[in-house]
Design a binder for this molecule. Structure first.
Ligand code: ADQ
Length: 460
């Protein structure tokens, strides 16, 4: 069996449960082949030389972890600048938030070249290489330029925007061309695959050989959707643990006379937090029976705070929460509890289970795993209701959620009310269908489908 090599910007030790479902799933695949996981160490070296970083190797059971440090300059241009200041906003349809600084691309190329160079020294001829996400789009092209012939696949965790919007990235030609260095490219949804097909159909001279097969730049490429899932059984197990049970009991006793609505995410403008708070305010205004009862717990963990657009969002959120609590709160009831922190993964299922309603309302999201975790954490006899944005990749699979347009705050408020009032029988029916779906298409299904498709690609 060929060795699996996973490459991603951040890596995780697959033996630590705190790492989450994706790390567990990739860890299992890596362990099966005695694999290698390569990425940035998370360390930024002040005064380090751009394009250089120390490589460290470490064994985690059968898996080898290889990490590289980044110089401050590389971190600023590759990570904060190009990846999170250009690609992230544009790929989430937020051209207004992109920072088209012409200096960033140099760092992005330089770091990808450095990663390719360091990785090449560790590769064996029959390795299978699986590269993840927008930080590393040109990695295969760099490896190929150095003579690497291995099978290479790429998975994009975030959406691919329509061609017109993609073309807002100054280097769109180069980026899309560099995807053709892979043998297989995977996206989260069919919508993303369609955007890719339309882009190569209009902006390149590619031959469309089939629904999933394209030929351009002397290379044939397979493109398919592989919607990512969670490890449902593992998450249910975490939910049975002491920390999760304690969290559940604590929330239930603290909010015994209230109805809980819950949002959990990284603090990111793609997640639709201000729109959600405005919809919640409308819920209180339009349905006054919720006064003194409905409580929104919004957990938003700190993320990328040195990117400008995130600072503005933080301020907007704090001011909205303050205004809602000031206008509607009582001595014994605060409508919004906004917590700018991480919740330990071991406690998360208990928190989900204590909520009557989950608000998963991103403006745009590749998939959104919180929606799936919420479903997995519910008590099937008395489940909570999932309100889900139609702009999350997850909406294509989770049709039994209550789907909303998060920009339409009036109807989102109506839907929140519907969720709060949903009869038990309907909640059970919807939850059962959702749980079946996330079980069938879980993270192992996702990984196996991707790796099987990659192994099946005919290579020259
Ligand atoms: P993210 O944008 O990070 O991921 P998501 O899919 O929701 O979004 O995954 C977040 C994970 O982090 C979940 O497992 C969640 O439990 C955890 N998490 C988030 N906020 C937390 C908090 N405050 N405290 C504790 N845990 C928290 C990107 C893409 C998504 C895509 C995933 C996977 O943006 O669209 O679904 O990758 O492909």
């Amino acid at each position: 069996m060929s060795r699996l090599v996973v490459v991603s910007n951040r890596i995780a030790d697959p033996r630590k449960t705190a790492s989450g479902g994706l790390a567990v799933a990739l860890g299992q695949a890596l362990e099966a082949t005695g694999g290698l996981w390569f990425g940035w160490s998370g360390k930024v070296v002040e005064g380090g030389t751009p394009g250089e970083g120390e490589l460290r190797l470490q064994n985690a059971g059968k898996v080898q972890l290889a990490t590289v440090d980044l110089s401050k300059e590389d971190h600023d241009s590759y990570y904060l600048g190009y990846s999170n200041g250009v690609l992230w906003p544009v790929f989430h349809y937020r051209l207004d938030l992109a920072d088209f600084d012409a200096g960033y691309i140099g760092g992005y190329r330089r770091v990808n070249q450095m990663f390719a160079h360091k990785l090449k020294a560790l590769l064996k001829p029959d390795d299978i290489i699986w590269v993840h996400d927008y930080h590393m789009i040109p990695l295969a092209a760099e490896l190929r330029a150095m003579g690497c012939k291995q099978r290479m696949g790429f998975f994009l965790h975030i959406p691919l925007p329509p061609p017109l919007m993609l073309a807002a990235v100054p280097e769109h030609d180069w980026l899309m061309r560099s995807l053709f260095a892979y043998d297989l490219v995977g996206f989260q949804s069919e919508a993303d695959v369609n955007h890719f097909a339309r882009y190569v159909g209009t902006e390149t001279s590619a031959d469309i050989l089939g629904e999933h097969e394209f030929r351009a730049f002397g290379k044939t490429l397979q493109v398919q959707s592989f919607p990512i899932g969670i490890d449902v059984d593992e998450f249910i197990e975490v939910g049975k643990g002491r920390e999760s049970q304690e969290m559940y009991e604590q929330m239930r006793s603290e909010y015994s006379r209230r109805r809980l609505l819950l949002g959990v995410e990284r603090l990111d403008y793609s997640k639709g937090l201000p729109q959600r708070l405005k919809a919640f305010r409308q819920l209180l205004q339009a349905y006054p029976e919720n006064m003194g009862s409905a409580t929104l717990i919004q957990i938003a963990s700190p993320s990328r705070e040195s990117v400008d657009a995130y600072g503005a969002l933080l301020q907007e959120l704090e001011s909205l929460c303050g205004a809602i609590n000031g206008n509607f709160g009582e001595l014994d009831w605060m409508p919004v509890r906004y917590i700018h922190r991480n919740v330990a993964r071991k406690r998360l299922p208990g928190l989900y289970r204590a909520a009557s309603v989950a608000l998963v309302t991103p403006l745009r999201d590749g998939m959104n795993l919180v929606a799936k975790e919420f479903v997995a954490a519910q008590d099937p006899d008395d489940p909570g209701v999932l309100v889900l944005s139609r702009f999350a990749g997850a909406a294509a699979q989770m049709r039994d959620a209550l789907l909303v347009n998060p920009y339409d705050t009036t109807r989102t408020a109506e839907t929140m009310q519907r969720a709060l009032q949903m009869p038990l029988e309907e909640r059970q029916r919807r939850h059962k269908a959702l749980l079946e779906g996330i079980r069938k298409e879980d993270v192992h299904w996702w990984r196996q489908r991707f790796l099987a498709a990659l192994a099946a690609v005919p290579t020259a």
